[in-house]
Structure formats: C-alpha cells, structure tokens
Design a protein. Structure first.
Length: 180
C-alpha cells in the first residue's frame, strides 16, 4: 500500500512509440509515474506501457484504503485562460466502480460525466441516476450527521474544492437545493 505524499517529485516514464498520443496540438510521449500519491512499481509501469489495466491499493491521508483499477489514456488538457491551445498528455485513468459511482452523458452539457452514486446515507436508484443525468431534480429522505431526517431535493451541479496542495479540483456531484 502506498500513502499519498506531497513531496513526491514529478517523475516521468517514456512510452513505446505505439502508445504516443499525437494530436494537432502536439504529441505526448510519456506519463507521470505517480498518481494520487501512488508510485507505480516497475511491474505496473511495464503493464501500463503494454496497454494493460492494473490494480493497486491506495492509502489515503485519513488511513482509509481503496482498491484502484485503471489504465493509461491519451487526453487533452484545457489550460483555460492561461493559454489558448489544449495540451496533449497521457495519464492514468481510474476505471469506474459501478457500486460507488455512476456515469453517463449529462443533458446540461452533452458530455460524459462521472459522479458519486450516493449522497449521505442515500444511494441513488437507476431511475434517479437517469433523472440526474437528464438534469432533473431528485428528492428523497436523507439522514443528517446528527441522525435527524430531512427531505433532500437537488440535481447535478459543477462543484469544486481546494485540495491540500492548494489546487482547485472540479467535479460533478449531487447538490441539494434547499430553496426548491
């Protein structure tokens, strides 16, 4: 098991030619050896470079663990206002666990999104997942952290938080609308 570390230097692994990710904006020829604080072992690097899926245990700062399954994938990073051109890269992509997350095309943006399948103690049914992806409100009885019940109504929203390294992480998740 590997614990996340803030002091890990950026280390790259060169990819075989057949895995280079070529785009009109340039070509990505390497990937970061560290993901989520986990440094890929030599065997994991070999498997990833052979276009295989790997599995490893990740230990979070709070001591909890997670089994991560994933593979390498070429993508474009949009630097936003800092630059006008996307930047090609090859990175580790965590595969979805359908017990804990749902994914599909979000009607609001027309893009594929992934979000937690639960909110508090409530797990969204398949019908609720479909409604959330259709950009509809979903309502249910939820339990507060103090044990009281309340009606939660909300929908998917673009959310963000600042991680321990000061980086803003954007994601899509259920957002209760207490005024609805």
């Amino acid at each position: 098991m590997t614990a996340p570390s803030k002091s890990v230097e950026c280390e790259y692994v060169e990819l075989p030619d057949e895995m280079h990710y070529a785009t009109e904006y340039g070509t990505a020829t390497r990937f970061k050896r560290v993901w989520g604080g986990h440094r890929f072992t030599d065997a994991e690097v070999e498997a990833l470079a052979a276009e295989k899926t790997i599995t490893f245990k990740l230990t979070r700062p709070d001591g909890s663990t997670e089994t991560v399954v994933g593979h390498l994938e070429g993508k474009l990073f949009d630097p936003g206002e800092r630059d006008s051109s996307p930047i090609p890269f090859v990175g580790f992509v965590k595969e979805i666990n359908s017990d804990t997350h749902a994914e599909g095309v979000w009607a609001r943006t027309g893009t594929k999104v992934r979000f937690k399948r639960s909110f508090g103690s409530h797990t969204f049914s398949e019908g609720e997942v479909k409604a959330l992806l259709a950009d509809e409100f979903v309502g249910f009885i939820a339990t507060s952290s103090k044990g009281g019940e309340y009606e939660a109504t909300g929908k998917l929203e673009q959310l963000s938080f600042e991680n321990s390294e000061g980086r803003v992480v954007r994601y899509v998740g259920f957002q209760p609308d207490f005024g609805h």
